[in-house]
Structure formats: C-alpha cells, structure tokens
Design a protein around this ligand. Sequence first.
Ligand code: NAP
Length: 292
Amino acid sequence: MVDNSVKGKTAVYGVIGCPIEHTFSPAIHNTMAKTLNKDMIYEAFRVEKDNLESAIKGAYSLGIKGLNVTVPHKVEVMKCLCDIDKRAKVIGAVNTLKYTENGYVGYNTDIIGVYYAIKNKGFDVKGKTVLLLGAGGAGNACGVMAADKGAKMLYIANRTVSKADKLAESIRAEYPEIKTLSIDDIYDIPNVDIVLNATVIGFGENKGLSPIKDTGFYKNKGVEMVFDAIYSPWETQLLKDCRKEGITGINGFDMLVYQAVAAEEIWFDEEIDPQLTEKARKELSDFYRENN
Ligand code: NAP
C-alpha cells in the first residue's frame, strides 16, 4: 500500500539527546499532530556530546522547524542559539528550540509542564510552603515555577547544597522567601504543604528508594500533596509511601505531556485547545501504562 502521508512540504521536528532510544517524545508529538491535524513528523536523533554544535547547524540547514533537547545537552545547547527566552535563562537550561530566520531561539517548557501537572489535579503552589528536593535541570524548573506562581515559602533541599544555593540566587532577586538546606535536614523544617521531588531517587539504579526516608514526615509536617517528576516506574517508592499515608501523589507523566504541548504552542504560535490536550494526554497515559 502506498504511504503518501509524508510529503515534500511536511514539517520536520524532533528531539536530540544521548541516549535517546528510550524517549517517549515521538509518541507524544506524533499523537498530538494527528489530534491537531498538523502536516508534520517528529523523530528522535541521537547526538553525541562532541557533535552537538554541528548537529544544531545541520538541523538548521535542513530547515528542521523545532527541536526538543534532553540529557545531556540542555545547558550546552544554549551556546548554539541566536536568542534565549528570559525564563529559560533564569533556569539555566533549554528544552525547546524554535526555528527563526536568525537561528534557533531557546525556551524551557518544563516550568509550564510541572505547573499544569499539579494544577490539573486540583493543586496550586500559590500561598503554600513548598519543599523542593533536587537542584538539577528539573529542580531548577520546579523552583522557578514555585517562585513564579506565588509560593509563600520555598525550601530547596539538595545533596549538594551549593547547587541549591545557586538556584536560590538566580530567583531570589524577584522572590526572597527561600531557604536552602541539605536533603538530610528536611526533617527539621516546621511545616510543608507541597513536596516536589526532582532528584533521581526512585529512578534507574535508585528504583525502590525514596528521598524521604521517614514516612512519618507527611503527617508530622502536614503535607497535602507530593509531586514526583519521575514517571518510570509509574509509582515510585515516594508515591507509594504517600498513598499509604492517605496523601495525594502525582507522578511526572503529565509534566512530560504538558511540556510537550507547551513546546508545540511555541512552534505553531497558537494556543492548543485544552480539551484536545486532555484527550491526547489520556490516550498517551493509558498507552504508556499498558506498555511499560
Ligand atoms: P539532573 O540535572 O542530573 O539532577 C539530578 C538531581 O538528583 C540533583 O539534584 C542531584 O543532586 C540529585 N541526586 C542524584 N543522585 C542523588 C543521590 N544519590 N542522593 C540524593 N540526590 C541525588 O537530572 P534532572 O534532569 O533534573 O532529572 C531529575 C529527575 O527528574 C529524573 O528522575 C528525571 O527522570 C526527572 N525528569 C522528569 C521530567 C518530566 O517531564 N517528568 C523532566 C525532566 C526530568 P546533586 O546536585 O547533589 O548531584
């Protein structure tokens, strides 16, 4: 049967990273393309660290309209861009590139991703005491989101406290209510409404572990909700512990979908109908759970 779906004018998008074989981004974007009836395809490209600059130049020459950027390129790629969005500069990392006539412009849509992952489950950081665990790429996005969206108090706890200090420094000018601490000292915090986990504890070789070792923490501190940026495994030890304590836990899958939708809004320069997003999110989530 002839497949005439990809034509000369079909727009090409993609994700670069290394490794990249595990990525779910093509499934998300190609599903969204069908949902939105866009003439586009989205591919995954494995790009080694040493080839990053030539890959970006090549992608631009080929007219690739937009790229997502994942580990390990989110910081280094900033050197290859003609401009960087203000929020991405504060985070210090870029996950979305948009083709313009001067070169690629960089954005970070992880802030929007984590915000809607929480909000669409009925939670908001506004006026709350937030404990952020982690100060890497995802941690920076979660921290800037908490500050932007009006958290009353933000604790940033990280294994390496200097990285938490660096993140605090970048947002303190606009948002002074921040304290940094070692992840081992979180038990000394008087009260916490919302926990955001952006460490790798619970993922990969750390599967089965939780960054909060004392499960009495949730009741003692008055925790309402815990968000874990991890979505593989679907329910981390952290989220299992919350469930046992009767506390709402949200995993990172919706963050993944919403950051992708936010990237498409930048690429297409249009707002995507939330009902279409919700339909695609549900299909993708059901598929992912069945197949992982
Ligand atoms: P990253 O930049 O490498 O940061 C890793 C974080 O984990 C750092 O805060 C690091 O602390 C901490 N960490 C590493 N090993 C630790 C240990 N043994 N004990 C305590 N803390 C430890 O990684 P990232 O890109 O931010 O990703 C973090 C997590 O978020 C990953 O699990 C990733 O899968 C997830 N994520 C999810 C989404 C999504 O859309 N749902 C998007 C991005 C990332 P140090 O600073 O001390 O090293």
